[in-house]
Ligand binder design. Structure first.
Ligand code: INI
Length: 156
């Protein structure tokens, strides 16, 4: 059986963007740190890493679409933190953001990863931003590196 998968290695040429939503920035700054750490540890050149900032998670799909259209990036890692409050805002923001990211990803066929936390509490978000449960930004960047290499292995 032939197994096709992507390696977890960059050669230093790949142009990667992180799209970060500033809302809950105490959390999302940590996710960016994790994503950047994963990029460098896997062989990425920091000069080729860009950080695109948007106000909140709802705006991630619009920036993602523009970034895909620009042709400037080989892969994009999205991070953010949507934390449930006492209003239904959480449900609208997280649903639209998730759908939007998936739609843009399918439309452009670029490797895109989803490192946006959707948690019930700030404590759960902290746990996923570099404490108890790891750093989802690191995981999202690692995932997009694998997908980038997988896509090149799937080329005809
Ligand atoms: N944006 C987030 O990224 N996280 C949240 O938890 C959040 N909450 O809870 O409201 C949030 N709202 C802002 C939203 O993403 C938009 O930026 C805003 O509605 C303006 O379009």
């Amino acid at each position: 059986m032939k197994i096709i998968e992507g390696k977890l290695r960059l050669n230093g040429d790949e142009r990667v963007a992180i799209i970060n939503a500033r809302f809950n920035h105490i959390i999302t700054d940590r996710l960016v740190e994790g994503a950047k750490d994963a990029f460098i540890r896997h062989g990425g050149d920091e000069e080729k890493l860009s950080l695109i900032l948007v106000p909140g998670a709802f705006e991630i799909p619009f920036a993602l679409q523009k970034a895909c259209e620009s042709g400037k990036f080989d892969a994009i890692c999205c991070v953010g933190a949507v934390i449930r409050g006492s209003t239904p805002h959480f449900d609208y923001v997280s649903a639209e953001m998730t759908k939007g990211i998936a739609n843009v990803t399918l439309k452009y066929g670029l490797p895109v990863s989803f490192g946006v936390l959707t948690t019930d509490s700030i404590e759960q978000a902290i746990e996923r931003a570099g404490s108890k449960v790891g750093n989802k930004g690191f995981e999202a960047m690692t995932g997009v590196i694998e997908m980038l290499n997988l896509y090149s292995n799937l080329k005809g």
